[in-house]
Design a protein. Structure first.
Length: 349
């Protein structure tokens, strides 16, 4: 029997009222966040604090970077970094939790994190392109300016999440604002593929993000899709200029005792003549944080589904599971039995 394809709309939440401190707006935003994360696990944020100017300069800088000759990009390859920073080549990862025969992801990436002395997990230096290369003279400054702006937004989104769970607004402050916390700003370039190319669906294979919070800026091309788990159908996350697609990862799902959802998503490669650019900012918080069911997330009379877990242990495990032989990040947890059973029916608009 054919599966009926449901309408799945990703909620758009205007957080400008929240940011100005209006009490009624704060409450209303928190309710929308709760609704989104209890259901589809994704929302889009508008009315935020990241200016269109820095977004535009950042996307221009990223575009110029990916246009550099491959040789120049390979000089700062992530494979050479002890702490997962730098350039990831096209097809450097193969990822699809739902398809054992998946082809390699048709995207290239560039990652930076805050710099800390080598030692602790993920600490170390970034790798930057030579500023004398075309369009690269202010790349580093622009990238860091963007990083700081989105990092700041992520701290406010954690406050909103706290309110949405009826916790003190500052509940996650120490976790989300830890100067040594795990944050990653990874930009992506999805090259166009011919209309008849096999494997065109492989911009990024189906996966869940493994950390706490992701804020994704996408250009206007589109291609990001989320899975509606009950029906196994895929649904577009339509690009909204300047908005942040905002989803939680597996760590947050566990922290909320599965009340909030870490949703599977993927990217379909763009068609001929269209390059797609996006940037994911991950705030996975404080390494020493112990994650165990938050107050209000365990129904009365029930036990928490998971025991305590240190963020550092979770991240080390997931990075180890996620790195292929070439040392490229794959944000994929091990496939669960349930997820293996999902039929992936693509919805064609
Ligand atoms: O580029 C996108 O739209 C999504 C990328 C993504 O899912 C990720 O980096 O985890
Ligand atoms: Fe993702």
């Amino acid at each position: 029997m054919a599966t009926e394809v449901p309408t799945v709309k990703i909620p758009i939440v205007d957080i400008s009222g929240y940011l100005t401190g209006d009490q009624a707006a704060k409450k209303a935003c928190a309710a929308e966040v709760r609704d989104a994360y209890e259901n589809q696990g994704f929302l889009q944020i508008v009315g935020h604090s990241v200016s269109p100017d820095i977004q535009a300069r950042f996307l221009a800088a990223v575009t110029a970077f990916f246009k550099l000759p491959l040789e120049a990009k390979k000089r700062i390859a992530q494979d050479n970094s002890p702490c997962y920073r730098g350039y990831e080549r096209i097809a450097g990862q193969k990822l699809d939790e739902l398809d054992d025969n998946a082809t390699e992801d048709q995207k290239e990436g560039f990652s930076i994190r805050p710099e800390r002395p080598l030692g602790r997990f993920l600490a170390g230096p970034n790798q930057w392109p030579d500023p004398s290369l075309p369009g690269m003279s202010t790349f580093r400054e622009t990238y860091m300016e963007y990083f700081d702006a989105v990092h700041s937004l992520s701290k406010n989104v954690f406050r909103l999440i706290a309110l949405s769970l009826d916790l003190d607004e500052k509940h996650f402050d120490e976790f989300a604002a830890d100067p040594d916390g795990i944050c990653l700003c990874r930009s992506h370039h999805y090259p166009p593929t011919p209309k008849d190319a096999t494997g065109r669906t492989r911009g990024v294979g189906a996966h869940t993000d493994f950390g706490a919070l992701t804020l994704l800026l996408q250009d206007t091309v589109g291609g990001l899709e989320v899975l509606h788990k009950p029906t196994g159908t895929w649904h577009a996350v339509p690009p909204i200029e300047g908005a942040y697609v905002c989803n939680i990862g597996d760590l947050m799902q566990r922290w909320t005792n599965d009340r909030y959802r870490s949703t599977m998503h993927r990217v379909i490669s763009p068609l001929s003549n269209t390059d797609r650019y996006s940037c994911a900012f991950f705030n996975d918080g404080k390494l020493d944080q112990i994650v165990e069911a938050l107050p209000g997330c365990v129904p009365e009379g029930e036990k928490a589904k998971y025991g305590p877990l240190k963020v550092e242990d979770h991240c080390i495990k997931r990075y180890q599971q996620s790195y292929g032989a070439g040392g490229t990040v794959i944000e994929a947890p091990v496939k669960t039995k349930m997820e293996s059973m999902i039929t992936t029916q693509q919805v064609v608009a």
